[in-house]
Design a protein around this ligand. Structure first.
Ligand code: NAD
Ligand code: GLY
Length: 406
């Protein structure tokens, strides 16, 4: 079975990311090695959806490795990535008798990972945590890089801490149970990475998706009328489990995404506000200006974050072309690949003026001016501030695309 190890090294931290298929039951010995110190207790932070699928395997393996294991299960859903839940997690850590040498294991998607990491950052002013991501988005993005946090009444992800995990273990077999929409959302974040990384990763993403995105001969294709908002379809991983080359391709693709993110993070761990170059951590927010605005105007109820990023990537590419930063090929390449990640929810009732207004709340405001990540070419992101981008051009591009996607 493929088993890839990536080392992320930063100013304050270095940790390994282990990626493979069927490796979840190795979590105990892996955790013991990653923690490298006298850690006796572990609290698994998860949610009931994920824990009922994978919790026992993780608990058993950690217990067999000598840890005293307890659990904190938060409710499932973005709305529960809150201070209230973080406070409940901290109480659970205290009740479990956690000390400064003990650790948290985050088992789940990005919501669980962000919350567990934030609680670990706060408890006793910082204890170790390990990421065991189970959604595609968490595997390639949120579990790597140390951004942790919660949502508040004044905005999403505006409160948090940089707290790097002590290690990340990615078992791609857990994707077997991931709902189809969540897979599409993760694939959109893959496209984001490919767009800012370069043609080789874009090509490999394309090859993986195949001409009709046939990860497992999924029944529906773009435009076949299935409403993804109602779909509960799972990835038919059992079918591809036997196709070792397909599993290897998936492990390889996830590894390349993780390696790319790790490299950017290692070069700019805390996302320096001063940096404006193409390898600043800010570029990982490619596609996020429109994505965050779409999420905000739909009150975070309509889109999966990754789906909104799918639209955001296409908007940023089109805007880049309108500003003569890149040519039509860039727009075409990204449209081609986004079309094959799955179905994105329609944008029928979304008001362009509200979207423009929502840009004001974007986190990428520095000194009162919005910064946008655009593209000179695939793999060549640029950071521009509002004053370099005529508002009329933004309005025109947005209007055109909202009509196209309605
Ligand atoms: P999520 O954590 O809500 O998971 C999506 C759904 O899939 C949930 O219902 C979850 O229970 C379920 N699930 C997860 N793994 C499963 C599995 N293997 N089988 C069945 N169901 C499974 O959403 P997400 O897309 O994983 O993460 C989104 C969150 O990540 C957002 O809060 C976003 O802000 C955050 N994020 C953080 C970073 C970062 O750098 N920290 C980066 C990107 C996104
Ligand atoms: N997901 C953006 C970052 O980690 O910086």
């Amino acid at each position: 079975m493929p088993n890839v190890k990536i080392r992320i090294s930063g100013r304050d931290s270095a940790y390994k990311i282990k990626i493979g298929s069927g490796i979840l039951s190795d979590v105990g010995p892996w955790a013991a090695a990653a923690l490298k110190r006298d850690c006796g207790r572990i609290v698994i932070v998860s949610n009931p959806t994920v824990f009922q699928l994978y919790g026992e395997t993780v608990d058993r393996s950690l217990t067999a490795a000598g840890f005293t294991v307890s659990r904190f299960l938060m409710k499932d859903g973005e709305i529960h990535k809150s201070f209230k839940t973080a406070e409940a997690a901290l109480s659970a850590f205290s009740e479990a008798g956690m000390t400064r040498t003990d650790a948290v294991v985050a088992l789940g998607g990005g919501v669980v990972g962000d919350l567990a990491g934030f609680a670990a950052a706060m408890f006793l002013r910082g204890i170790a945590f390990l990421q065991v991501p189970t959604s595609l988005l968490a595997m390639i993005d949120s579990s790597v890089g140390g951004k942790t946090g919660v949502n508040t009444a004044f905005g999403k992800n505006l409160v948090g801490a940089f707290h790097q995990p002590a290690g990340v273990l990615i078992d791609v077999e857990t994707l077997a149970t991931l709902p189809r929409r969540e897979l599409t959302a993760g694939l959109c974040e893959m496209v984001k990475h490919a767009a800012i990384s370069g043609r080789p990763l874009l090509e490999r993403t394309n090859n993986f998706l195949g001409p009709e995105f046939d990860i497992s001969n999924l029944r529906y294709q773009i435009g076949d009328g299935v409403n993804p908002l109602k779909s509960k379809e799972k990835v038919k991983f059992s079918k591809i489990k036997d196709q070792s080359s397909k599993v290897k391709n998936l492990v390889d693709l996830i590894s390349e995404n993780v390696a790319f993110k790790a490299k950017i993070v290692a070069g700019d761990e805390r996302e320096s506000s001063k940096r404006m170059d193409g390898r600043s951590r800010k570029v990982l927010n490619f596609g996020h200006t429109l994505a965050h605005a779409l999420e905000k105007v739909t009150e975070y109820k309509y889109f999966k974050h990754g789906e909104a990023v799918g639209y955001g990537v296409l908007f940023a590419a089109e805007l880049s072309k309108s500003l003569a930063l890149c040519d039509e090929n860039v727009v075409k390449s990204l449209n081609d690949v986004v079309q094959r990640v799955g179905i994105l929810p329609v944008l029928g009732n979304i008001d362009g003026n509200e979207v423009l207004e929502a840009f004001k709340f974007d986190k990428k405001h520095i000194s009162g001016s919005l910064q946008m990540i655009l593209l000179k070419a695939i793999g060549k992101p640029v950071i521009l501030t509002e004053k370099d981008i005529p508002r009329a051009t933004v309005q025109k591009v947005l209007k055109k695309l909202l009509q196209k996607w309605a």
